[in-house]
Design a protein around this ligand. Structure first.
Ligand SMILES: [Ca+2]
Ligand SMILES: [Ca+2]
Length: 162
């Protein structure tokens, strides 16, 4: 275990690479990830039992929409949708994109369109189809750690750093 940690530290210290976020104690490199929409769905666990139901998601999406649609238009433009994404998904460019949510392509995102898309993501995450998304179902497990694969950038085979 300690040897493994030392190896990780050695790997993290590899020169010429931009400083990566060092793995925290006890946390292996990111083989477990949560996509932004799954993060929101997990946070919609309104009764705090660690599981999100479709009903919980529905009311949560409604409130998340109302928090951004402050002038109660009932729809958001793409800028408003980016505000929504930044607030609830963590980034303005996080998926789902406004293009996939705006199914009638009128450049407005209605609450109904958003509900349909989030429900679709919910059903995709609900791997055992029991109508509930657990934290385990929110996780995406990666067998391979991408950052340790093919080094990126121009590394010029200079002297090995110490
Ligand atoms: Ca629309
Ligand atoms: Ca499930």
């Amino acid at each position: 275990m300690i040897a493994a940690l030392l190896l990780l530290q050695a790997a993290a210290a590899t020169p010429a690479a931009p400083p990566a976020v060092p793995p925290g104690p006890g946390q292996p490199p990111a083989t477990m990830m949560v996509e932004p929409a799954a993060m929101m769905i997990a946070a919609c666990d309104l009764d705090h039992d660690g599981r999100t139901t479709a009903a919980e998601l529905h009311s949560c999406v409604e409130r998340s929409f109302a928090a951004i649609d402050t002038d109660r238009k009932g729809s958001l433009g793409y800028i408003g949708f980016a505000d929504w994404a930044e607030r609830w998904l963590g980034d303005r460019n996080a998926l789902p994109s406004p293009f996939e949510v705006d199914t009638d392509a009128d450049n407005r995102i209605t609450l109904t369109e958003l509900q349909v898309k989030m429900a679709e993501i919910f059903r995709r995450l609900d791997r055992d189809h029991d109508g509930v998304v657990t934290r385990a179902e929110c996780l995406t497990i990666r067998a391979v750690v991408p950052s340790n694969r093919a080094p990126q950038g121009k590394r010029k085979g200079g002297p090995a750093p110490h």
